[in-house]
Design a protein around this ligand. Structure first.
Ligand SMILES: CC(C)(COP(=O)(O)O)[C@@H](O)C(=O)NCCC(=O)O
Ligand SMILES: [Mn+2]
Length: 922
């Protein structure tokens, strides 16, 4: 692009440190304008959030997780004020208010509580106009049966009940109650406060709760709760159920329309077997008194173990052949093949002990524990299968404290079910198995609307919420950032490994001699891993499935499946190596203060801990794809309050690119249609090189200015690209043999990075579509991720670009993007032309470099309804995710591959190759 003048731009890497470190100075930010303007916009955020700061999106940032306080301003009584307990509306209440349910078992207290977060949407003028255009009524929030918020899952040992009471009291969890539309304030004395609880402890400790917290316990039936909890979790959480065979965990997608009937086997001290036919429809069809209590009780007597976990851990080093009588023992080492029993099959649990002249002390506790575990697990598996057979059920879900995410136990039960059913029935386990009762008790609050939640309304996140040392039941999650950081510091001082050492079974001993040979691999033999498998559930009623997906049920966002360990290792290394640079940027973005450095350090440790955990057990947080890892990193940054690490880089690149935009537009306008379309697509691909998430690109930035790199990238744009459907797309756009095709009605452009990518790549392409008469919706991130442009930032960028272009200006005005910016500054001085096709901006509902189209903002879903073209741009949105996605409408996927391995794997090409994939509507 000879016409682009080199301009006095800094090298990309020059002085970035300096510039960013100045960011704490309000003056610098003021001068740069962008941040402050956006900040001002947010002041009309109706929420009055004292003490909180605002981020760029105008959202409130709580600097501490302190106790909730009620904002009573403008409080009013609803209904009849003569009533004894009238409902009080608190319109300005913004802090968390929670409500709580408990399952108080013999060994563990499981606690589920809900915290409500303020509606973070900023209802500015622009958004209103876009909503009007898209036909979204402002009042539609009321259609949602429940308020957005979070469900937290916490466990305490029952023996530490006081810790649990302190936790409830410090968070004031017993005070809040919510019904579907308003807050119910509590009387200060709180005499009438009631919390729902199930489990034996609900009876046993009721007085203590009254005494310590002043609350009454409303006891809920244990079985009702179990079933309600299981139904909710199975319907609402995507990766809730999994199979576990020979150490291999596989998630099962349950179709919530085809869930019933199923068998629920709850293995507590005893075992209950329940046939579940629907919500609230179930029958306890059987049970057995040989359960978790039997294992623990007998195990304790026989091994002198002090805890259930210790007993389980022992089993992992055991060899049951020393105690169990095997078929081979009876048949002189031979199989009894006539009836299908191999020599290693257990003929009689503990059977060898009758003939050996040995005393208890002659047996290893490890072997006893394993033998006992297998005896009880097989027995439960067998009885469950027989009951499944009795009622013709194929699916059996196992839950209860006995399992505790213990791989070997799950393998043994699965093996038994598989063996006896000859593969017909399937044993499945639940990620939240320990919380079924507590969730069920929570569900029993009236009118909270949880039943109406769908899978796409829930986002599970894994904050570094609590101190853990692996395998241990942990105490209260840390809400306060400082607590979290000091925990990290303590943790490091102690020099403990973040994940507990996994007890490894000596090869060839564990699991030998069973019905066949259930061989759990050592790496998955972790006891109580489930303590770390449960995240915080974010309830976001505004999320929707992207309506243009051709087959939402078959849709899988991730292209790269990280269950392949080699793949996981590779990406683990990439992300670990990028970490120091990311921390530098993040710390600098917060002014480089000591506090920021401390947080940066804590962030690095937390994220590394997540990575280490996932390396050890990739399926720990549900099905793992690359998109999940990249999102986890962004979430982790936010958890340590780095809200926009690349803020100043984005701003610099925007400014640099906007300065050369007029030249680019002028050049484009002198081209014929065909050359122009090619140049535009080349422009998008070339400008996608500005990606601060790619190691190779960041190395490149040290070698030239923005414009130099852009020009270099443009010059390398020779066709054919590695994936090159340009001719097809051109034909669709321009037609052939003189026939002009009808223009698209509306195009959704999923934009990627700030700077050249948006300004010199996607905006000019948008302008071309507008010129054809196509409405354009720019779809951008709701929250920052790397150097991606956000929906909050786009209107200002468009406004700046529109100063140089009538097409953009008119369209932006028509789309409500230029609320006040453009009144005087137009090229020709003319006022807005509302007859122009509109250019709009919507947020996509996520804060990641990738996008999962099963969960997008309602704004985007509404915009999609009239769209007939989807353009996905960038590596994250078009390659890591959605490369294989099929749409009901036409789709164009544009990206430069900025990673050698991905290039080889995905397109059999090399780094910096490009993808231009055009797919007609399916
Ligand atoms: C994070 C990204 C997906 C962002 O790419 P983009 O969507 O901006 O094109 C990409 O930079 C990436 O995959 N980076 C990690 C791989 C690497 O550094 O080579
Ligand atoms: Mn990006």
């Amino acid at each position: 692009m000879a016409g682009l003048n080199g301009d006095p731009f800094l090298r990309i890497d020059d002085n970035i440190e300096k510039l960013q470190y100045n960011n704490n100075s309000k003056e610098v930010i003021d001068k740069e304008g962008l941040v402050v303007r956006i900040g001002e916009d947010s002041s009309n955020n109706k929420n009055n959030n004292q003490g909180g700061e605002k981020d760029m999106a105008g959202n409130s940032i709580h600097r501490s997780g302190s106790r909730p306080q009620l904002d009573l301003s403008k409080a009013e009584i609803q209904g009849n004020s003569e009533e004894r307990d009238p409902t009080i509306l608190l319109p300005n209440q913004t802090d968390d208010i929670s409500h709580l349910a408990l399952d108080i078992g013999g060994s563990l207290i499981k606690l589920v509580y809900f915290s409500r977060h303020e509606d973070q949407s900023v209802d500015d003028k622009r958004k209103k106009t876009v909503k009007e255009r898209l036909g979204i009524s402002n009042g539609n929030r009321r259609n949602f049966p429940i308020l957005g918020g979070r469900l937290h899952f916490v466990k305490f040992e029952t023996s530490k009940l006081n810790e649990c009471l302190d936790f409830i009291s410090s968070k004031q969890l017993h005070r809040g109650r919510i019904d579907s539309h308003h807050w119910n304030s509590e009387a200060p004395a709180n005499e009438n406060a009631v919390i729902k609880a199930t489990g034996g402890g609900a009876y046993k400790f009721a007085d203590l709760f009254k005494e310590r917290l002043g609350v009454s316990i409303d006891k809920e039936d244990e079985m009702d709760c179990l079933v309600a909890g299981a139904n909710f979790l199975l319907k609402a959480i995507r990766h809730e159920a999994f199979t576990h065979m020979e150490g291999h965990k596989e998630f099962v997608q349950i179709d919530h329309n085809d869930l019933f009937p199923y068998l629920l086997v709850n293995i507590g001290s005893g075992v209950s077997i329940i046939k579940v036919d629907g919500d609230g429809k179930f029958q306890r069809v059987s049970g057995t008194n040989v359960g978790g209590g039997t294992y623990w009780g007998l195990g304790r007597l026989l091994t002198k173990c002090n805890s259930f976990d210790e007993l389980l851990e022992l089993s992992q080093r055991g060899d049951n052949r020393t105690i169990d009588m095997l078929v081979g023992d009876i048949y002189g080492g031979m199989d009894y093949s006539k009836i299908g029993l191999s020599a290693s099959t257990i003929a009689s649990s503990f059977g060898k002990a009758i003939s050996d002249k040995k005393e208890l002390q002659d047996y290893r506790p490890e072997d006893i524990s394993l033998s006992l575990l297998r005896m009880i697990s097989y027995n439960i598996g067998q009885i469950s299968y027989l009951n499944a057979l009795r009622f013709g059920l194929k699916r059996i879900f196992f839950g209860g404290f006995f399992i505790r995410g213990h791989a070997y136990t799950m393998d043994t039960i699965s093996f038994a079910v598989h063996f006896w059913s000859k593969g017909e029935a399937q044993a499945m386990f639940l990620r939240h198995e320990g919380f079924l009762g507590a969730v069920g008790a929570f569900m029993s609050y009236q009118k909270h609307g949880l039943d109406d939640l769908m899978v796409h309304h829930l986002v599970e996140r894994f904050p570094m919420g609590a101190p853990y040392t692996g395998g241990k039941i942990h105490g209260p999650p840390l809400g306060d950032l400082n607590e979290k950081i000091s925990w990290m510091e303590k943790f490091v001082l102690k020099g403990t490994e973040i994940t507990a050492p996994v007890p490894m079974a000596p090869p060839g001993t564990t699991g030998l001699g069973g019905f066949e040979v259930p061989s759990s691999r050592g790496a998955t033999l972790r006891s109580d891993a489930s303590a770390l498998n449960v995240g915080v559930l974010h309830l976001v009623p505004t999320l929707e499935v992207f309506p243009l997906l051709a087959d939402p049920k078959m849709y899988e966002p991730n292209t790269i499946d990280l269950s392949d360990h080699k793949e996981l290792e590779y990406w683990f290394t990439v992300l670990s190596e990028h970490l120091p640079d990311l921390v530098d940027k993040a710390v600098a973005s917060e002014g480089g203060t000591d506090d920021a450095k401390r947080r940066g350090d804590a962030f690095a440790r937390a994220f590394s801990a997540h990575l280490a955990r996932l390396m050890e057990e990739p399926a720990a947080y549900g099905k793992l794809g690359l998109a999940n890892l990249l999102e986890l990193r962004e979430e982790c940054l936010r958890e340590f309050q780095f809200l926009d690490a690349y803020r100043s880089i984005k701003q610099r690149e925007n400014e640099a690119s906007l300065a050369v935009l007029p030249d680019l537009l002028l050049e484009l306008d002198h081209m014929d249609e065909e050359t122009r379309l090619l140049t535009l697509i080349e422009g998008v691909l070339a400008a996608n090189i500005f990606d601060w998430g790619s190691r190779a690109c960041v190395d490149l930035y040290h070698k030239g200015t923005i414009i130099e790199i852009y020009r270099m990238s443009r010059n390398k744009m020779q066709r054919p690209w590695r994936v090159d459907d340009f001719d097809l797309f051109k034909e669709r756009m321009l037609g052939s043999e003189g026939k002009k095709p009808r223009p698209h009605k509306r195009a959704l452009l999923f934009v990627d990075n700030s700077g050249a990518d948006i300004v010199l790549g996607m905006l000019p392409l948008a302008r071309e579509l507008l010129r054809c008469g196509t409405e354009v919706v720019l779809v951008a991130n709701s929250l920052p991720a790397l150097n991606d442009v956000t929906a909050m930032e786009l209107p200002d960028i468009v406004a700046e670009a529109a100063k140089h272009c009538d097409i953009l200006r008119r369209a932006a005005e028509a789309g409500g993007l230029l609320v006040d910016a453009m009144n005087n500054n137009t090229l020709d001085g003319s006022r807005g032309n509302s007859s122009s096709v509109p250019l709009m901006v919507v947020e996509n509902g996520c804060g990641s470099p990738c996008i999962d189209l099963r969960q997008v903002s309602s704004e985007l879903a509404a915009a999609a309804k009239h769209a007939d073209l989807v353009i996905l741009e960038g590596m994250g949105r078009a390659l890591h995710t959605n490369f294989n996605a099929r749409f009901k409408c036409e789709a164009l996927k544009l990206a430069m591959v900025k990673n050698q391995r991905l290039a080889e794997k995905l397109i059999k090409g090399k780094i910096y190759d490009c993808v231009c994939r055009y797919e007609p509507a399916t």
